[in-house]
Design a protein. Structure first.
Length: 319
């Protein structure tokens, strides 16, 4: 097995996953612009070719399971080669509004539907997508435990929780992984749970590693966004935050040049060197994006390079 195909154990599970996972939100076509089935299918193929075996989808990736159906098309006959993760407890209603629903009935129904769409009898990892403020988290966790008991998922996991929510969830349903947002510019969610995860050997599969493309370093300071580009709604894509991120990217570009890699690869490699991080989930809608992203897996950064980046990030935080 070459270095880029080296696997990491996910938490205490026996799942062996690639350090970069393919995030399937962009191919759902809900918010990314210019998504086509042809390009999405090519992206999934390219991920496999590049040594990725970990695929992250969800009940709500598409208004009607679009990401799952694309995955099922490519992965038919390759079930044994991949680790499939999905999430339940969020859906889009008839008006295409996003609804968080952590009731046990919905969790069980979403789980059955996910299996049907993916055309598998069991998936490897099922997350509660997000705690539902209207439902005690122990109740949602109880349903997730039931999903595992039924054999629909090998392991349970939970996404978007703080330390207290994680502990309450675990009182009803042990997890092998969590899924928080995490990137150079947004580390708070992981900081809240890192110690617990390290102590209990819970894997962290983090998302927004590239902050939806910002940290891929290809959006110039004066990039003209399409008016319908939803990234403009994120604070980090606006005003001073945008300018400061671009200042960081200038420095990252220089270091990436010295290392002979791209900014996206440097950012992902840095992420994979952070304590407790098991997997960087990276979204893509075109093959060349995931090819670039996957090539970050074998990159090793030394102490000096890591310290330089940490210093730049520290400078960014100081007023
Ligand atoms: N648990 C949760 O609540 C949650 C929430 C969000 C995401 N996730 C998971 O985490 C995954 C990652 O998040 P994400 O997909 O939203 O964002 P992301 O990985 O931070 O960014 C993906 C976007 O970055 C751009 N990109 C990717 N590779 C690139 C490259 N090599 N060069 C230039 N641009 C590149 C593409 O956007 P353009 O082509 O449009 O520029 C792509 O759609 C998701 O797909 C999903 O599986 C989970």
């Amino acid at each position: 097995m070459n270095d880029s195909a080296a696997r990491r154990q996910l938490g205490t599970s026996d799942l062996q996953v690639s350090a970069v996972g393919l995030g399937c939100w962009p191919i759902s076509g809900v918010s990314s612009l210019g998504v086509t089935d042809q390009q999405s299918l090519a992206t999934i193929h390219a991920a496999l070719e590049a040594g990725i075996n970990f695929f992250d989808t969800a009940y709500s990736y598409g208004y009607d399971g679009e990401a799952d159906r694309l995955l099922a098309t490519v992965l038919a006959g390759r079930r044994g080669d991949v680790v499939l993760a999905s999430k339940v407890g969020i859906y889009f209603d008839a008006a295409r509004q996003r609804v968080v629903d952590g009731t046990p009935e919905t969790i069980l129904e979403h789980s059955r539907t996910v299996l049907r769409r993916l055309r598998v009898e069991q998936i490897d990892l099922m997350y509660l997508h997000q705690p539902d403020p209207r439902v005690p988290i122990e109740e949602s966790a109880g349903a997730m435990a039931e999903v595992v008991r039924c054999g629909w998922a090998r392991y349970a996991a939970v996404s978007n929780v703080d330390a207290q929510q994680l502990s309450r969830f675990q009182s009803e349903c042990p997890v092998v992984a969590v899924q928080p947002p995490f990137n150079m510019l947004q580390q708070q969610s992981v900081e809240k749970i890192r110690e617990t995860c390290l102590q209990q050997q819970i894997g962290i599969a983090c998302y927004w590693v590239l902050m939806k493309g910002l940290l891929a370093g290809k959006l110039a300071r004066d990039h003209q966004f399409h008016p319908q580009d939803r990234r403009l709604t994120y604070e980090i894509y606006q005003g001073q935050a945008w300018q400061r991120s671009q200042d960081l990217l200038d420095k990252l570009r220089e270091l990436a040049g010295e290392l002979g890699c791209t900014v996206a690869q440097l950012v992902i490699a840095w992420t994979l060197h952070q304590p407790g991080i098991s997997v960087a989930l990276c979204g893509a809608k075109r093959p060349e994006q995931i090819e670039e992203t996957a090539a970050a897996m074998p990159i090793r950064l030394d102490e000096k390079q890591l310290a330089s980046i940490d210093r730049w990030l520290e400078d960014l935080r100081s007023p």
